[in-house]
Design a protein around this ligand. Structure first.
Ligand code: MN
Length: 132
């Protein structure tokens, strides 16, 4: 019974990063679902599209680039803001991420101070409709 809080899906195979993201999302008061593979994450997203998706680029099996292509190609999830979780050191990652269809990105290691602003900004883009 969340009263209007955002519904966020986090797809991340690194459990330490996943825990950090969950901690940081707690303040949003919505509902957070998690998956540790793109395959599981896509299933959740298609079944019940969230308000925002955080998607690790580097995943075992299907990677985040292929996963975001599938999300953006599907009418159920094409409108859902999807942010890449990318390792800052990998310079080409950001360009590849945007090329694949990501709406933005969060660099790892995660800057805990700017994280919430980034999430809030992208949730606001979706805004209308989510508030019934
Ligand atoms: Mn990973």
């Amino acid at each position: 019974m969340t009263s209007g809080g955002p519904r966020i899906l986090v797809i991340e195979d690194n459990l330490m990063n996943l825990e950090l993201v969950l901690d940081l999302l707690e303040g949003f008061g919505g509902e957070v679902r998690t998956a540790t593979s793109a395959e599981d994450g896509l299933e959740i997203a298609f079944e019940d599209p969230p308000d925002l998706i955080l998607l690790d680029v580097r995943l075992p099996g299907m990677d985040g680039l292929e996963a975001v292509r599938r999300l953006k190609a599907d009418t159920r999830t094409a409108h859902v803001p999807t942010l890449a979780l990318t390792a800052e050191a990998m310079k080409g990652d950001e360009d590849r991420a945007r090329g694949a269809g990501f709406d933005g990105y969060v660099a790892k290691p995660i800057d805990t101070r700017s994280f919430s602003d980034t999430i809030r900004r992208h949730l606001a883009e979706r805004g209308r409709g989510a508030r019934g």
